[in-house]
Design a protein. Structure first.
Length: 162
């Protein structure tokens, strides 16, 4: 089994947060301390994070899960797979884009093809790919076989190339 351990994003001072005052109790996550996560992984546990953080004044903060995953990935120098309810990043004809460069991503955003929640997901992927110089996957969660393919390094969804 996976031996899961449930945590909030502030556990072990893993992440720190900047409050987005425009949105109220919303926090923007930044990597801080990998000690707890590393210890859990070394002991065979799988950290499972809720997307809730605690601000510097003790207030609970809602954190976008994609941005939180990106910050955790950067913290532990991991591999990032962002899951979504569509097969991956889609073009203007709603067809899956198998591979996407940062320049291609910028074009899709500028043309309005990518917006809303997918833009946030793409921003998280681009920031993490750049920081780690590693490819990032955006794939659909609705097909269980995708998770097996990912574990076997088979292509699934969209690979953002770095």
């Amino acid at each position: 089994g996976l031996n899961p351990v449930g945590l909030n994003l502030s556990a072990g001072s893993s992440l720190q947060f900047k409050v987005n005052s425009k949105l109220g109790a919303v926090g923007l996550a930044k990597a801080k301390d990998s000690t707890l996560i590393t210890l859990l992984l070394e002991q065979g546990f799988t950290p499972v994070f809720s997307s809730v953080g605690i601000g510097s004044e003790g207030q609970l903060l809602n954190v976008n899960a994609d941005l939180a995953a990106a910050a955790i990935c950067q913290l532990v120098q991991g591999e990032l797979v962002l899951l979504t309810d569509v097969p991956g990043i889609l073009d203007s004809q709603m067809q899956l884009i198998a591979q996407l460069s940062p320049a291609g991503a910028a074009e899709l955003v500028a043309s309005g093809v990518i917006k809303g929640g997918m833009k946030v997901k793409l921003d998280a992927a681009l920031e993490t790919g750049l920081a780690l110089q590693r490819n990032i996957i955006v794939a659909g969660w609705q097909q269980p076989e995708n998770l097996l393919k990912l574990m076997q390094n088979e292509p699934v969804g969209t690979c953002i190339l770095y």
